[in-house]
Write a protein that binds this ligand. Structure first.
Ligand code: SAH
Ligand code: SF4
Ligand code: F3S
Length: 463
């Protein structure tokens, strides 16, 4: 009987997609996926270290299985905590036999073979690499939306961040390899592609074709069968006008840019080593706002960075008003191992960080409600992803990446298929989502005919 594996994923979309690639590699190696760690011969945790709480979760999980090794299970720690802690994991959790960071996943077949030979401790921890983890064996969780990693690692030096230490140097895939994967996905029935990278717009084609990031976006959008293209995360420093122009001229490029600002104070940005000022950031926002098509902007913010005074925080609040974000991911500063900000003085007390976070989130809630109300009365196209919050509702995301719950009138009744695109008139706005009624659907051009025929059965119709 074949060996079984279970993989649990923490952290960002890069990790989610890495797990899909790891799972595919394991299947190609003869392993079979199972639904719980109890049933599995190989239990993997793909971990995140971005904030202290995220890293703690990993050790809580590992401790739950401390005594389970007697069952002959093999435990592995992948991802950013694995890379950060390295062999120390074997001491902290003696039942673990495998520790691999994302910069070594391309070595997985060889590392798995070592495990199978019964080696007690196997590691892949070198960060000295120019390799990316490209595999044809990806096992994607979603049958309609597919991630494609185009660039790995990070060469920036933000003072608070562990990523350069956990994911290694920046390395881009060739444009041919990215476009080849996108074409295969379109042929396989995927209609939405999301290009991924810690700084996706720092992409540099290593092939002689030297395709720029904006050009790559356009070329992916031109692939027959692909209906939506998203990309995340963009770094303000490397954000160009060409990216906005590409979105303007290619309707398939979604009307959304995630552009993390971190702080509205130029002084805090300097201390964070973000390499741009408030004014430079706002210049990029102006390019996006000048677009002929309205584009949603979302961001990440850290409150309570060392030395952040009340006046700095106020500037972050005024930035929220000035930009008008459609969504904000906000975090309290968390000191992380190896990072430069550990050496900075003037820590902000925990209660004060908590207060700033609450004030910021309350302010953004009002802004968001106001912005979502502007969609009422408009018609938005939605990719159906599942059942909505209420009975008889369906749910999906608009091109602006806003969650939309909608109903379908009796006259249009017929099956609503997951993966369909419907046109929906917006009738209500809440602070986190929209509500609407379908006006037309399913909208045509759901991929190439072969792709539609190849749609995975169990996912395609929800009763
Ligand atoms: N590469 C992206 C960010 C990736 S990490 C960029 O540069 O924008 C995702 C988010 O986590 C960051 O944008 C930041 O807001 C947050 N973050 C990173 N390190 C953090 C820390 N030490 N404490 C709190 N939040 C942090
Ligand atoms: Fe971290 Fe900065 Fe790199 Fe983003 S750009 S991953 S915040 S070091
Ligand atoms: Fe976390 Fe690593 Fe992603 S630290 S956010 S899993 S890059």
């Amino acid at each position: 009987m074949s060996k079984t594996f279970y993989i649990e994923t923490f952290g960002c979309q890069m990790n989610v997609h890495d797990s899909e690639k790891v799972a595919g590699t394991l299947v190609a190696f003869g392993y079979r996926p199972v639904e719980s760690p109890e049933e599995a011969d190989l239990v993997l945790y793909n971990t995140c270290s971005i904030r202290e709480k995220a890293a703690q979760k990993v050790f809580t999980r590992l401790n739950q299985f401390r005594k389970a090794r007697t069952g002959g299970k093999i435990f592995g720690v992948l991802g950013c905590v694995g890379q950060q802690e390295g062999e120390k994991i074997f001491e902290a959790a003696p039942h673990v036999s495998l520790v691999v960071g994302s910069a070594s996943y391309y070595r997985l077949p060889e590392l798995l073979a070592q495990l199978e030979r019964g080696e007690r401790h196997v590691t892949g921890l070198s960060l000295d690499t120019d390799q990316t983890f490209d595999t044809e064996f990806t096992r994607r969780d979603n049958p309609f939306r597919a991630y494609i990693t185009i660039i790995e690692g990070c060469d920036k030096h933000c003072a608070y961040c562990v990523v350069p230490f956990t994911r290694g140097p920046e390395r881009s895939r060739t444009s041919q390899s990215v476009l080849g994967e996108a074409r295969r996905l379109a042929e396989g029935g995927y209609t939405e592609i999301q290009l991924l990278g810690q700084n996706v717009n720092s992409y540099r084609d290593p092939s002689p074709a030297r395709v720029s990031f904006a050009e790559l976006l356009a070329r992916v959008a031109e692939i027959p069968g692909i209906r939506r293209v998203r990309f995340t995360t963009s770094h303000p420093r490397d954000f160009t006008r060409e990216i906005v122009e590409a979105i303007e001229s290619h309707p398939k490029l979604c009307s959304h840019v995630h552009l993390p600002v971190q702080s509205g104070s130029s002084e805090v940005l300097r201390r964070m080593q973000r390499e741009y000022s408030r004014e430079q950031y706002l210049e990029r926002i102006a390019w996006i706002r000048q677009s002929k098509r309205p584009i949603s902007i979302t961001t990440d913010i850290i409150v309570g960075f060392p030395g952040e005074r009340e006046a700095d925080f106020e500037q972050t609040l005024t930035l929220l008003d000035e930009v008008g974000y459609d969504s904000v991911f906000s975090f309290q500063y968390s000191p992380r191992p190896n990072t430069a900000s550990l050496r900075l003085e003037d820590a902000v007390p925990e209660e004060e960080k908590g207060r700033r976070l609450r004030v910021l989130q309350e302010r953004q809630k009002q802004i968001q409600l106001h912005r979502y109300e502007m969609f009422v009365g408009t018609v938005e196209e939605v990719l159906v992803e599942g059942r909505g919050g209420r009975e008889s509702q369906w749910k999906g995301r608009t091109s602006h990446n806003i969650v939309l719950n909608f109903t379908v009138a009796e006259v249009q009744a017929g099956p609503v298929n997951l993966g369909d695109y419907w046109n929906v008139r917006i009738t209500q706005a809440g602070p986190n989502s929209l509500v609407g009624e379908a006006v037309a659907g399913p909208v045509d051009s759901l991929g190439t005919p072969a792709a539609v025929a190849a749609r995975p059965g169990p996912f395609s119709v929800l009763q």
